[in-house]
Design a protein. Structure first.
Length: 143
């Protein structure tokens, strides 16, 4: 009976260690991390809004939001999420050095939409201003 209790205890402890390490990459492979962490990154967009004007239903339209790292440490965009499944942001997770720039591409599928459409993309980064909201606007009209 004592051996059974010891065996069960060992399984519980090992199971806990395995569970605690799940999802962690010990080598850091596949993750982009800033090379310079001694200062502060600041993400500065040329514009926060883009108006497509009038568009037809069913079109896939896109724009590019340009940004600059106005800080003194590497900037890494960690996420960009849209307010709707019809809007898809694309970005690179590679570090952007101070003074350098990058882009967030936003594609909007007008299928099934009509009238004035306003969609947002929340950009997350390691910058001092870690959350920035971008906005696209389009008037979907039937012609």
């Amino acid at each position: 009976m004592k051996k059974l209790v010891t065996y069960i205890s060992l399984i519980v402890v090992l199971g806990g260690l395995v569970a605690a390490s799940c999802g962690r990459a010990s080598s850091g492979a596949g993750r982009e991390t800033p090379a310079d962490t001694s200062g502060t990154a600041v993400i500065k967009f040329d514009t926060l809004d883009h108006n497509f004007g009038s568009v037809r239903p069913g079109e896939k339209i896109g724009c590019i939001f340009k940004f600059t790292n106005a800080g003194d440490a590497d900037l890494v965009v960690t996420a960009a999420s849209a307010s709707c499944g019809c809007t898809v942001p694309k970005f690179s997770k590679k570090p952007v050095a101070p003074g350098e720039g990058g882009t967030i591409e936003v594609i909007f599928d007008t299928s099934g939409r009509e009238g004035l459409q306003t969609k947002t993309v929340v950009v997350q980064s390691n910058a001092e201003n870690s959350l920035v909201i971008l906005r696209i606007i389009a008037e979907v009209v039937k012609k």
